[in-house]
Every structure is written in C-alpha cells, then in structure tokens.
Design a protein around this ligand. Sequence first.
Ligand SMILES: [Zn+2]
Length: 460
Amino acid sequence: MEPNGDDSARGTGSGGPGARRELSFEELLAQLDGPDQVDLVPDGPATHAVSTSVDDDITAEDGLGDLDLDGMLADMAAAPTAEARAAVRGQALRLFESITNDVDADRGSAPAGGSPPPVVPHDTADGALFTAFDPDHLAVTIDDTTDAGIVQLIIAGGGYGLTAATLGVPVADVRTRFLAFSDGNATVDPHEPHVVVLSTLLAAKPKLRLLCDRMRAPDLDISLPQAAACEHFLEVYPEFWGNLAAKNCTIVFNSSRADSRGGGLYEPGDRVIHMSRLSVTPPGAFVRLLVHETGHALFESTLLDDHPMPPALGTGTVAHLASEYDPLPSGAYETKDLHRDGHEIRQLQVYWDRMSSHAKAFYHAWLILRGHRQHLLCLDLWRDPKGNRLSPEQRRSYQADKFDEFCAEVFMQYALGDLRPYLVTLLADARVEDTVKRAWRNAWRVLEVVATPLLGPRHD
Ligand SMILES: [Zn+2]
C-alpha cells in the first residue's frame, strides 16, 4: 500500500476523468445501451451502435479484423483529423465494451455457515480507540520495542480505562515487571495490576524467537505483540510461508523505504515486502498491513499472471476514456497525439484480452463495488510513520480508487477471516442492492479459487 505514494511511475495512456462529474459504472453502461450512435469509420456507409453484446462486435460487423483496424487507424492518425479522433474514440468504446461484457453474470458463491473468529483479533477495527490513544498525545516516550509493545497491548485491550494522557505510569510499571521476568526472578501474581498486558507480553516472547528463526534474522527488533501476531498468522496457514518463498518473496521489517508509502510497500522488481517500524500500531492492525503487502506479492500477481495492470485499467479511468475523444467543437484544433493514444488504447485492449476469466471477474466486481463504496469492507489500520491516518474512510477510497489495492486489501480481509462474517451479513441484508451482492459473490468465488491455494489450509 502506498496511500501517499508517488504515482509518477504509473505512466500515461488515459488522461484524467476531467472536470465533469464522474458517472457511475452503471450510468456509463446505460449510456452504452442508449441511442447514441458511434461512427467508427466516418467515411464508411454505415454507422454502428455500440452494444454491450459480444455478438455486435464492431470489427466483426465490419468484416475488419484487428490488424485491419490497426492499419487503418495508423493511416488515419498520420494527420490529426476529425476522422482520426473518431477512430480513437471508437477504440476506446470497444475497450469499454470489452470490460463490461458479462458484467451481470452471476457465477459467484457465497460464504455459508458459521465464521471462525479472525486469525488475529482486530480490536481497533472501527477506529474508535484512535482518538483516545492518538500517537501524538501519548504521555510516554517510547524508547524501545518493549515500551512499544506495552502501549500496543493497552490499546489492543480496549484501553483498560486509560487514555493517551494517563498511560505513562502503567507503561513504566509493566516494563519494570517484564524486565524482572527477563532476569528470571519473578512470578506472575494474578491480582497484580495490568496482569493481562504483562501475561500477554510474556507469552509473546517465544513467538518472536520463532519469527527470528523463520526469517533467519536473529536480531530482528520488532515488538513482541507484533511479532506474535505475524508468527501466529503464519502458523495458522502453515503453507503460506513456503508459498511466499516459492515466489522468492522476502520481508524486511523496520524498513524506512516504506515510511512514505503508508508503512508497507511491496517492490515487485526484487519481490521484497518492506514494513516500516510502526511503534504503536496495535498487533491486529500491524499484521493486516503485512498481509496486505503479501496480497500484492502473491494474490495480485497470481491473479494477473505477473503482468501488472496498466494504470488506465487499474484506476478505472478507462471507463471514461471515450469521452476524451468526443468530436471537437467547430474550429478547434486537435491537441492530442492521436497516433500515440490509439496505440496505447490498443495496448490496453491486448492486456484486457489476455487476462484470465478470474481476473476479469474480480475486476468486474471492483468496478461495481467502487461505485457502491459504502459496501466495501474498511478496517482501521491506525497510522503510517508520516502521521497519515489509515482510517476506515482512507481504506475505502484506497480500495475504490485502485484495483491493485482492492486486490491486496480484500485478500488481507479474506486471509484474516474478516471478510467472511462481513459478507454473510451483507448478503442477508434485504436493503443491499442485488448488483452489490452479485459483485461480492463473484469476488468471493475468485478468492476461493485463487487465494485459498496461496494461503493453504487453515489450522487453528
Ligand atoms: Zn497496497
């Protein structure tokens, strides 16, 4: 994830959606079904209504193959004529038609029966505790991962009646007790203050050692609760670590490379997941940030067959592409490079045509759900190292704006066990539109088929 990341590498090909109000996906579909006529070949004898039906394919109707069309477009784009603009517009419409084919197909499945508890609880899921424990107002200086772990457990435990302003003394007390145990000369008194925090901290110590062994990093310095959460996740899915390794994927904790990228970053070039030092991020949020990055590394890459999605598709701007090539007003000069734009749209078409049926189904689901973003599942992931809130609303925009982030976030929710109960409730809710339910069923089916083998069987 990289909510404040640099998008400069994402290239061109689409242009922005413009200043006009962005139409919903369904509104765009309705336009396609409407009476608007499109002249793909302005000098030809016929005009062609663009339909969402495969059988009405524009080029097939003309008897023109793709190569013929490309050659014709190249010729036309040699001069910035109105005909060339119309041809590029036709290409964009054809692409939009492709990505909307079968959009209403219901080939999904639904989670049935009871839902096991989340793999790691996420007690701060709704963000309500953030205000009480705003990291900028903590009455304690976090000198090391011991302090950090204690603060995290107080937050994850619901606060124990404390706030950011009052947890200084309890943190110091627990620290003193914890260090006494480390010296081997203390026993837990079940009636001592903060016994739950202390006991949880002590129970996490062997988990950090296991994680160090697993990562072959004996000096790994992350807090005990965060280490325990990560190790527990990997123990619940015993095959997952091997599947990461099979992809040559590695994890670097305490990496500053992720600091300005939301606290977590996956770099596909060398297949490295970078995780920032996140001092007071509660363990439930921390492990979700990590699993989100594995979602990029494993789920997204598998779904897209290791071919990153072009930005115009990945941000959904392709849906509005054709309107950028509407006929120019009389007397206006062409400002676009139609030859280049036509080529780029063609590349988008090639990419789309090569996507798997599962990838297309998941993309369809995203197109629908981003237009009904109130029905995305959005969990609080606390705060990144630059102080940016990773609030539920931030997660909502994040998923709605970018397909790759939808892939990573939903994979995380699926893996942790958050998505199942959410969908059981949503699918049973008579107030939720059928189109939303259908999209989620289709997404769930893809997760079952593609994500489940990556995780391996769950062992609780
Ligand atoms: Zn991401």
